[in-house]
Design a protein around this ligand. Sequence first.
Ligand code: FES
Length: 145
Amino acid sequence: MYSDKVMDHFQNPRNVGEIENASGIGTVGNAKCGDIMRIYFDIDENQVIRDVKFKTFGCGAAVATSSMATELVKGKTIYEALEVTNKAVMEALDGLPPVKVHCSLLAEEAIHAALWDYAEKNDIKIDGLQKPKSDIHEGEEEEEY
Ligand code: FES
């Protein structure tokens, strides 16, 4: 059901942990399953993400996508990081089962939330960055399930 890459990133997640005095921190939850992801960025004076760490209290797919997302943004500029979508993360992992696609949204939203936090702390505007959601289902209609 899961690709080898998903299993690898789930069993050996990269960049797990936290960064003290991080330049930006983003936390996003998924109220439907209760999973949460937090990402920490250390961003240098050239707006390059020098280091990144994450913690995910979530399912295997959330852990694997968070791990891959950190690998994809590390060493990138904040604008390049903004381009890292959940689709790009899933492609880098050779796909996810359809029922697990929503799990990959945690990483994308958490990246945006951390960039938003960085922009606020430094009083700058990041073009193309929308105010992130604190929950990936925020703004959706209430569904029965
Ligand atoms: Fe909650 Fe995967 S089931 S993020």
